[in-house]
Design a protein around this ligand. Structure first.
Ligand SMILES: Cc1cc2nc3c(=O)[nH]c(=O)nc-3n(C[C@H](O)[C@H](O)[C@H](O)COP(=O)(O)OP(=O)(O)OC[C@H]3O[C@@H](n4cnc5c(N)ncnc54)[C@H](O)[C@@H]3O)c2cc1C
Length: 253
């Protein structure tokens, strides 16, 4: 990142790439993908330190197997630790900010690593201070978990997985497309607006779960963005509900 900065090369950081829609022109400059590279997990007592590239389902399994409770929700989130801090990712009524203590963040502009405490990260619903600092890179994160029974925790994870398998489409997607509007669910309002099964090109509002836009094969980012726009407009016109995208759009048209 330092070299890139010095040479004016733009940098894009990816974890697992599970919450990004890359526009059809691709990404210029240097792209750093951390999944599968920074993958160490250390457990000491009730504290867990995980590198940014550790996959969240792996973290859920590792901690549960050690009899540590609190990260079971991570099983349903296919991204990395870094991406989960960035997004304050959550599922099944829990989210990252509830168990996260700190994150070590490389701040490219200053060339230093700063340990940012939970409160410094300004975590809110699918948001963090990192959204305002594209030059900041999460290197690792520290969590505090509680004691639990390994067998029960594994059963809980299995339950979450079953729920997921039955309630979400088995086709490529970015997961939830839109954030929850106040007091409601995006899947419910999109379905109520009659949009299930709507297609633009090869991108479809999933008939299984309306907040998932799935790629039926060969769909383009442009089609996905057009469908996102169509869904937002229709839901606004028919139900007066404003939907905000959860997916991060990156790259060039
Ligand atoms: C099938 C499916 C189901 C999903 N279910 C859920 C769910 O239940 N709950 C939920 O919250 N999300 C869900 N998601 C979305 C996604 O998995 C999460 O947002 C996840 O936290 C993204 O992690 P990632 O590593 O893939 O990040 P990426 O998609 O790679 O990146 C997302 C953003 O984070 C930034 N980023 C990534 N890593 C770092 C880093 N180390 N340092 C700084 N910035 C970084 C990127 O620049 C980008 O802006 C789902 C996605 C899919 C495909």
């Amino acid at each position: 990142m330092r070299e890139a900065r010095q040479n004016g090369v733009p940098v894009t950081v990816l974890g697992g790439g599970t919450n990004v829609l890359v526009r059809d022109g691709g990404i210029r400059g240097l792209t750093i993908r951390l999944a599968k590279s920074l993958t160490k997990v250390e457990v000491e007592g009730m504290s867990v330190v995980a590198d940014a590239g550790v996959l969240y389902p792996v973290l859920a399994n590792t901690t549960a197997a050690s009899g540590l409770a609190g990260l079971e929700f991570a099983t349903g989130i296919p991204g990395t630790v870094g991406g989960a801090v960035y997004m304050n990712a959550g599922a099944y009524g829990s989210e990252t900010g509830e168990v996260l203590d700190w994150a070590d963040v490389f701040r490219a502009e200053a060339g230093e690593v700063v340990r940012m405490q939970n409160s410094d990260l300004h975590l809110s619903y699918r948001k963090s201070i990192l959204h305002e600092h594209p030059d900041w890179l999460v290197l690792r994160a520290g969590y505090t978990v509680g004691p639990g029974d390994a067998g029960l925790l594994k059963a809980r994870i299995k339950g979450f997985r079953m729920q997921r398998m039955n309630g979400s489409p088995n086709k490529p997607s970015c997961g939830s497309t839109f954030k929850r509007p106040p007091g409601d669910f995006p899947g419910r309002v999109i379905e109520a607006a009659g949009l299930k099964g709507t297609r633009v090109g090869n991108i479809e509002v999933s008939p299984v779960h309306a907040n998932y836009l799935v790629n039926l094969g060969g769909g383009t980012a442009e089609e996905a963005l057009e469908l996102i726009d169509l869904v937002r407009r229709t839901v606004r016109e028919k139900l007066g509900v404003e939907l905000e995208s959860e997916v991060r759009v990156i790259g060039e048209p």
